[in-house]
Design a protein. Structure first.
Length: 387
């Protein structure tokens, strides 16, 4: 079906996005701002509701309510991880009908909540990417992806397909696909002093191991300190002990050591990231927030093949990876031990070690060469060029 006609767009007053995702991380949700912002551009006067599972709302309510592009949240029952129909109960469909939504966008990863359910709830305009499932027959505005440039569709192509379905002008400018990360600046976490600020994030979600070994981060921090950089190790409250242990192994015998930052809020995290000239870390939420803040990043990739997804829309992002073939395996957030690569690497993170080969084989010199090159770039010029 053709793209939405402009005269129809003016009649859309209530939008919803079905994003019943399966145990999403914070970084996954930050990326959803891409789709929410496109909907806002297509329907600037409409109210936008994000439909998520109950556990996602509990874990990430602050992010979704204060750092996204939706006006409100509507929670639905979580997907059930047992054989059978994962569809939401009839009572929730009645709730959708009572809201009288005019248009629904189905997230490509929505589980058990698709265009079929939008149709059952009386939503007249249903935008979705056809997946070959039974819900395809209920799509009124299919998202058609352009031919993939990188062999598989990336987020630029997803955004382009959605823009066409919504009647927005294309082509999109790649550097503007990711909208700015909404936040309220708080007090500067760095004490007064000179030197380039580098934020290092050595942590990440522990359900499967995407962390470069802590000892490698210590060596990298020592090199940064030797170059006169001001280094901050950043992480969540439950990572404080590991951050402090890492700090204490840096610059042994010297006066300079990294600052340990455990932000008390997402506003504080964003303030710290935005103040840096470079963010270095694992494939985790701070890297995605930094990209949305237009801060240069160096991200270390291990057992993941997702780097290609945002390589075009994160113009200041540089990935470092050995690109082992087993990185293409899909991991389950619910049963990480069930996934094994061809070397039998452990999947869950353990503070006492056991890192995957794709990360232990990545030496400090390889990462340092990328970091040093990024530190030698005129970042202010790059950031002005990609507002």
């Amino acid at each position: 079906m053709s793209r939405m006609r402009p005269e129809r767009a003016g009649s859309v007053r209530r939008l919803c996005v079905f994003a019943r995702l399966d145990a999403p991380g914070m970084g996954d949700l930050v990326q959803r701002n891409i789709f929410l912002k496109l909907l806002r551009e297509a329907h600037p006067h409409a109210t936008l509701t994000l439909v998520v599972g109950e556990s996602t709302a509990r874990a990430h309510r602050t992010l979704l309510e204060r750092h996204g592009y939706a006006d409100d949240l509507l929670t639905c029952p979580d997907p059930v991880h047992t054989p059978g129909d994962p569809a939401p109960p009839p009572a929730f469909l009645r709730t959708l009908r009572d809201r009288a939504f005019d248009l629904c966008l189905v997230d490509p990863d929505s589980t058990g909540l698709d265009a079929f359910h939008a149709h059952a709830a009386g939503i007249p305009h249903r935008v979705a990417l056809p997946t070959g499932g039974p819900g395809d027959a209920s799509i009124t505005h299919p998202v058609r992806l352009p031919p993939p440039l990188l062999g598989r569709p990336d987020l630029y192509e997803y955004a382009t397909g959605l823009a066409v379905a919504l009647g927005l002008p294309t082509p999109l400018r790649a550097a503007r696909v990711v909208p700015p990360f909404p936040y309220t600046p708080v007090a500067d976490p760095f004490p007064p002093g000179d030197g380039r600020r580098v934020v290092v994030h050595p942590g990440g979600a522990p359900h499967w191991n995407r962390r470069w070994p802590a000892g490698r981060y210590a060596d990298l921090c020592d090199r940064l300190l030797a170059e006169g950089a001001r280094v901050a190790l950043i992480g969540s409250p439950d990572e404080r002990g590991e951050l402090e242990a890492l700090r204490d192994t840096c610059a042994a015998g010297g006066e300079q050591r990294p600052l340990v930052l455990v932000p008390h809020s997402l506003d504080a995290l964003a303030t710290a990231l935005a103040s840096a000239c470079l963010v270095v870390g694992n494939d985790s939420a701070p890297a995605h927030i930094a990209a949305a803040l237009r801060v240069p990043t160096v991200v270390i990739y291990g057992p993941t093949a997702t780097e290609y997804l945002w390589s075009r829309i994160y113009p200041l992002h540089h990935g470092v990876s050995l690109r082992y073939p087993c990185r293409t395996l899909r991991r389950s957030a619910h049963d990480p031990a069930a996934t094994r690569c061809d070397r039998g690497c452990a999947t869950a993170y353990r503070p006492d070690g056991g890192y995957p080969h794709c990360l232990t084989d990545l030496d400090v010199s390889t990462v340092w060469s990328v970091v040093a090159a990024r530190l030698g770039t005129s970042y202010e010029h790059e950031r002005e060029a990609t507002p």
